[in-house]
Design a protein around this ligand. Structure first.
Ligand SMILES: Nc1nc2c(c(=O)[nH]1)N[C@H]1C(S)=C(S)[C@@H](COP(=O)(O)O)O[C@H]1N2
Ligand SMILES: [Mo]
Length: 229
């Protein structure tokens, strides 16, 4: 799949400006927004740039930080749950599908200004996902490691247990597509897209939140939609 770098910057720049105009947070953001703006321009969108828009429907934009997307093999894939747990787990895809299934219809917001309304997700609530690992009483942070290195981000255990937060394995009635993070991604509609880690392969329980990929590049660890991000 070829990247066409000359097309990468403009859509993001447009999205950010529109967002600032619409929300009215533009003025205060102007002061601190510039360096962020530059780091954002480096974000790659290989699918958007490589496939006709018709193949990325409903207003999604596909974001990656590495030059290729992870492959999912249902036979060998494992989701590791480790850290401050009584019983570390390595769940297969079949194990995951056997856990209680949850569904929701929620809107997805990227901090750069684009949104996708009424996304139908199915997956597992974190309470159900973590129960088998017996989380320690002092565990307070979940660190999500993506198979797409070095993408990582965190949620507090409390945030992960808000309503409408899940580890999703279906989008709009079909198994999560490769470009959306197959087989599983975080979905937390209350927070900006960068918290919605794709291609999750490890969840580590701990007490300290390391900075996520975009947080190391200037975005807020508390990524509530409506904040400056
Ligand atoms: N592994 C990984 N997860 C990621 C990202 C990424 O680049 N790599 N980008 C994040 C950002 S900024 C957004 S807005 C959403 C975009 O989701 P989509 O690519 O399914 O549209 O994924 C988030 N999760
Ligand atoms: Mo994003």
């Amino acid at each position: 799949m070829t990247l066409e770098p000359q097309h990468i910057d403009e859509p993001r720049a447009y999205g950010r400006r529109t967002f600032l105009a619409v929300t009215g947070v533009g003025l205060s953001s102007l002061v601190w927004g510039q360096p962020l703006w530059r780091s954002l321009a480096g974000l790659r969108q290989p699918i958007v740039n490589a496939l006709p828009p018709a193949l990325v429907p409903n207003g999604w934009r596909i974001y990656t930080v590495a030059s290729s997307m992870p492959h999912f093999d249902p036979l060998t894939w494992r989701l590791r749950i480790d850290g401050l747990v009584g019983r570390p787990l390595a769940l297969s895809y079949a194990d995951l599908l056997r856990l209680p299934r949850a569904e929701q219809v929620t809107t997805f917001h990227c901090v750069t200004g684009w949104s996708v309304k009424n996304v139908h997700w199915a997956g597992v609530r974190f309470r159900d996902l973590l129960a088998g690992a017996s989380p320690a009483g002092d565990a307070s942070v979940l660190t999500f490691t993506s198979a797409e290195r070095p993408y990582v981000d965190t949620l507090t255990l409390q945030q992960a247990q808000l309503p409408e937060v899940m580890l999703a394995y279906e989008m709009d009635g079909k198994p999560l597509r490769r470009e959306h993070g197959a087989p599983v991604r975080v979905v937390i509609p209350e927070m900006y897209g960068y918290k919605n880690v794709k291609w999750v392969e490890q969840i580590t329980l701990g007490r300290v939140a390391e900075l996520g990929y975009w947080e190391q590049r200037g975005y807020s660890t508390d990524a509530w939609v409506g904040s400056n991000g």
